[in-house]
Design a protein around this ligand. Structure first.
Ligand code: F0G
Length: 457
């Protein structure tokens, strides 16, 4: 059954489509990197679902109730209660956004030379571990590396691989285990409840701390509801809370599930981690009762956290809108990652542009071509995002060479997405005209944000 949005539109923001010529000039000026485009030149912005949500009237009303005291803002206590109620985590450290939380957790838990084993890396998560001298290890199931595998829980950790890794390195060499909900770099793919349970029990056997990146845990909970029959009658809020039982700590970028434009936190049951991160937060983020957020930000966040679980139709509509968009592309034969992810549709650039070798950045070239052809902004998630090995300086060569078309929450209608799909389907028919790229500027950190390119043809 087609589910219309469980909201209606109260305020609008004009957008405009430049001519194809103007788009070509804008892309060139941006060094063929969609991160360097001006948003005024973008028609439909599918760069990210991060900080791009539309807030509700109730959240906006909360903005007016900001208590901007330096210390002990009442909004901080509202946020603490919301995190306790919805995530079941008693101890909260607020941060300016997700990477602030990643920084603090890495500083406290990682000693130089130690490993962090995870389903799959996220760019900022790995960089913080490496900055503290840690070594990242992906232990995701093999199916995740195959964009055509229909496996329903491609975000699962391979417990065999993990177990062998713990045996081989010894528990003291492992700083923490990380399991990311709706694993972003794998294509927005969920883990199963069984998997997180198994990972937790393995970790506890060895006394290893488990951190969940719960940035998109709501969307993961929705997938558990529809893909695991044991949960088909369980409200999503209960599934979410159960997921949280099998980890010690969560880090959250609130710019996604939590429906706000800025904010984040870490929350834990571990007193020592709480105390140490709370000591550090005052150096790097702000006082422990605001962590870089204003009082009004914290109020909008507290309300967003409650709102996301207040009605199952919110998560259902959100994920199914992404799915409808993906199905338009899939039905037209455009190669995408299946199953369709929770927050984004990922184009498989290796199959879209088989004539461009990975060292000519096919996914990056595809993001540029999509913008020029359609005015839609997307993001590279392939070799450029994967960066270099900090020891050898060699480029990581991920099996997945993807373009992410990320859907902001409650922002675009199905008509916008149909327009984007049609443009990409037209481009696919002329894919042989797309040429590879050469990188002409490469930043040392998280290069994908600011790198510049030139076309090879
Ligand atoms: N963890 C995950 C899984 C993320 O997707 C992100 C950000 C972060 C942590 C970092 O959080 O941006 O608030 O500092 N992802 C954005 C994206 C940037 O576009 O996927 P942040």
């Amino acid at each position: 059954m087609f589910l219309p949005p469980p909201w209606k539109i109260k305020m609008v923001e004009p957008i405009r489509l430049l001519s194809e010529d103007e788009r070509g000039q804008a892309m060139k000026a941006a060094g063929f990197n969609t991160f360097l485009l001006d948003s005024k030149d973008v028609y439909i912005d599918l760069l990210t679902d991060s900080g791009t949500s539309a807030m509700s009237d109730y959240q906006w009303a909360g903005i007016m109730l900001g208590d901007e005291a330096y210390a002990g803002s009442r909004n901080f206590y509202n946020l603490t209660e919301a995190v306790k109620d919805v995530y079941g985590m008693p101890l909260l450290v607020p941060t300016h956004q997700g990477r602030g939380a990643e920084h603090l957790v890495s500083r406290v838990l990682v000693k130089p030379g130690q490993y962090v084993a995870s389903n799959m890396y996220f760019t900022t998560s790995r960089v913080h571990v490496e900055e503290t001298g840690g070594i990242w290890k992906d232990v995701i199931v093999e199916e995740a590396h195959d964009p055509q595998s229909e496996f329903p829980f491609k975000g699962n950790i391979d417990t065999e691989k993990l177990s062998r890794f713990i045996q081989e390195k010894g528990k003291d060499a492992i700083a923490f285990l990380r399991i990311e909900a709706n694993c972003n770099m794998a294509g927005g793919q969920p883990f199963s409840m069984e998997n997180v349970k198994a990972v937790f029990s393995l970790a506890k056997e060895h006394g290893i701390h488990v951190v969940m990146d719960a940035t998109r845990a709501l969307e993961n909970a929705y997938f558990i509801k529809i893909r695991d029959s044991a949960f088909k009658n369980t409200p999503i809020r209960d599934i979410l809370k159960e997921m949280m039982k099998y980890v010690d700590t969560i880090i959250v970028s609130s710019k996604k599930d939590n429906l706000v434009n800025i904010g984040g936190f870490l929350a834990t049951r571990d007193n020592r981690l709480f105390e140490e991160t709370r000591n550090l937060v005052v150096t790097y983020e702000g006082l422990h009762t605001y962590g870089g957020m204003s009082g009004r930000d914290m109020e909008a966040l507290a309300r967003g956290i409650r709102e996301m679980v207040s009605d199952d139709r919110h998560a259902e509509h959100r994920v199914r809108q992404v799915e409808r968009f993906g199905m338009l592309l899939h039905a037209a034969g455009v190669p995408i990652v299946v199953p369709i992810g929770g927050h984004a549709v990922y184009l498989d650039a290796k199959r879209f542009l088989p004539h461009i070798p990975q060292n000519q950045y096919p996914a990056q070239a595809l993001t540029a071509a999509i913008y020029e052809k359609t005015g839609v902004r997307s993001m590279e998630r392939g070799i450029v995002s994967a960066g270099r090995d900090p020891k050898t300086g060699e480029e990581h060569k991920p099996n997945l060479e993807l373009v992410r078309l990320t859907i902001p929450r409650r922002v675009y209608t199905d008509d916008h997405l149909a327009f984007a799909a049609n443009g990409i389907i037209e481009l696919f028919k002329k894919k042989d005209d797309i040429a590879g790229l050469r990188m002409v500027y490469e930043p040392t950190q998280l290069r994908f944000f600011q790198a510049r390119f030139e076309p090879l043809a």
